[in-house]
Ligand binder design. Structure first.
Ligand code: GLC
Length: 529
């Protein structure tokens, strides 16, 4: 049996921004339930929901104070149960965000841990004495501003480690009781019927046992993200991370048919190691399409080398965006957004669509006084704030875009173009990116070459990236013009009878006996006949 997720596509919902049903300008679980018909219509297979747990919201829910409940902003456990039942009835899987590297400092475990050096939960977090001069134990720095990742606790005269905000103390995964308590959270949700988890901040969850200093990064320049002042060789991606990956997988596999996805910002060689011997992640995310220059040779070299490096059993995983990275349509340009979507949905592997990317949603400029994301606030002027890619979903052209009632202020502003670019108006425009996305999702289901086929590298030509997908006798060839120029693409194999299955321009393309003419920003899928 082929696992459902291999040909499947995941859709990421950032719940604050998807659909408000309670009139507070923040999306909620009932809102997701209301929009399940849309997701089924679109044709995705699974919905990954970013955190909705009780949280002081220092990091918008990634700072959890109770992993086994729901924040009242988002609803109740009964709402979540209903989401699971209703999603399953529509053949959609539900994937939760699991945040095991840290808790909120308001989590009862941390409150207990910091109460005394003798607390039974002291070792559930990472505490360390100061150096003799009172300074932090080593030079590790935290994400979101690049300050020391150690925070002094006056009452008990020790530092605690936080890889992110100081309100997000890191859990000590080497402590067996803490580990069991964290793994029990997976069991709690799986017993409720959840189909998989996306594991947050995977690569930082184990660190060097001896707390060695990270080496300085010789390439870092003033004005860049201060987090990269050091090379994170001892604070991230240490050899013991593979023990951690296996603990997660063992727990995952106590339940039938559950999917384990990792948030893994890694290069190809390291990424491949996160599959283990089929005993670590099913899908360690490959985020390199987000970081690679948008240019045919660079993207081809990334895809070819990744495909070649994967062990036979391993299935690729792709994303073009998420709640932490600027919108793909802004990165590659609105005119390229359809080509990017065609790439995402025709590469071999399980792909994830970030909500709104199917509409070509772009970054929304956020004025400094409107900024709420801690990363942006702690790193002024570096463009690292994540609010621009977290703005409300654009459903229709009513005030507030159908995201929330007209007399309510949404938690972040809507894009200025929402009256033109929204689900309702794009549905009426056959050539809109929404309809292209839906067609691509349908083609993956109709053609095994696209859903499950092997990847066939083809020669690069100019700024055209072309590759094949093959399953049995079915062959598809995907030809993507990643530039703004008209171009011709020649391929000997075209003498075989191919026809155009889909063009991003919405017509039947321009296929000649031995070449294909591509318009600016055009992507074409060919199929053998
Ligand atoms: C992950 C999340 C990000 C969050 C961080 C800390 O990178 O994707 O949104 O801020 O972890 O939990």
């Amino acid at each position: 049996m082929t696992e459902w997720w291999k040909s499947g596509v995941v859709y990421q919902v950032y719940p604050r921004s998807f659909q408000d049903t309670t009139g507070n300008g923040v999306g909620d679980i009932q809102g997701i339930i209301q929009r399940l018909d849309y997701l089924a219509w679109l044709g995705v297979d699974a919905v990954w929901v970013s955190p909705f747990y009780p949280s002081p919201m220092a990091d918008f829910g990634y700072d959890i104070s109770n992993h086994c409940d729901i924040h009242p902003l988002f609803g109740t456990l009964a709402d979540l149960d209903e989401l699971i039942v209703q999603a399953h009835a529509k053949n959609l899987k539900i994937i939760l965000d699991y945040v095991p590297n840290h808790t909120s400092d308001e989590h009862p475990w941390f409150i207990e841990s910091k109460s005394s050096r003798k607390s039974p939960k002291r070792d559930w977090y990472i505490w360390h004495d100061a150096k003799p001069d009172g300074s932090p134990p080593n030079n590790w720095v935290s994400y979101f501003g690049g300050e020391s990742s150690w925070e002094w606790h006056e009452e008990t005269q020790q530092y605690y480690l936080h890889s992110f905000l100081k309100k997000q103390p890191d859990v000590n995964w080497r402590n067996p009781d803490a580990r069991k308590a964290m793994l029990d959270i997976i069991r709690f949700w799986y017993a409720r019927g959840v189909d998989g988890i996306r594991v947050d901040a995977t690569i930082v969850s184990m660190k060097d046992a001896n707390f060695k200093d990270d080496p300085l990064n010789p390439e870092w320049c003033e004005g860049e993200d201060p987090f990269y002042r050091v090379l994170h060789v001892h604070s991230e991606n240490v050899p013991e991370i593979h023990d951690y990956n296996r603990w997660l997988r063992e727990t995952n596999d106590e339940f039938e048919d559950r999917l384990l996805i990792g948030e893994t910002y890694l290069n190809t060689a390291d990424l491949v190691s996160y599959y283990g011997q089929e005993d670590e992640f099913h899908l360690p995310y490959n985020f390199q399409l987000i970081t690679t220059p948008w240019e045919a040779t660079a993207v081809k070299s990334l895809v070819d080398s990744y495909d070649a490096a994967l062990p036979d059993f391993a299935w690729p995983s792709w994303a073009l965006g998420n709640h932490d990275r600027h919108r793909v349509a802004t990165r590659v340009g609105a005119a390229q957004a359809k080509v990017a979507m065609m790439l995402l949905l025709t590469l071999r592997g399980t792909s994830t669509i970030y909500y709104g990317d199917e509409l070509g949603m772009e970054n929304v400029p956020i004025a400094p006084e409107q900024e709420v994301d801690p990363w942006g606030i702690l790193s002024p002027g570096l463009g690292l704030g994540r609010d621009p890619e977290r703005t409300p979903m654009q459903w229709d052209n009513s005030p507030n875009g159908g995201f929330c009632a007209s007399d309510v202020s949404p938690w972040l502003p809507l894009s200025a173009n929402f009256t033109l670019e929204n689900v309702a108006t794009q549905k009426e425009r056959p050539n809109a990116i929404l309809n292209l996305t839906r067609t691509l999702l349908q083609l993956r289901k109709d053609h095994n070459a696209l859903g499950l086929g092997s990847y066939l590298p083809l020669d690069a030509q100019g700024n055209v990236f072309a590759y094949g997908r093959k399953h049995g006798t079915e062959v598809c060839v995907i030809v993507l013009n990643m530039g703004a120029q008209d171009t011709e693409w020649r391929w000997e194999g075209l003498t075989a009878p191919f026809k155009v299955l889909l063009s991003t321009c919405g017509d039947s393309g321009s296929l000649h006996p031995d070449f294909l003419r591509l318009r600016p920003h055009e992507g074409i899928i060919l199929i053998n006949q």
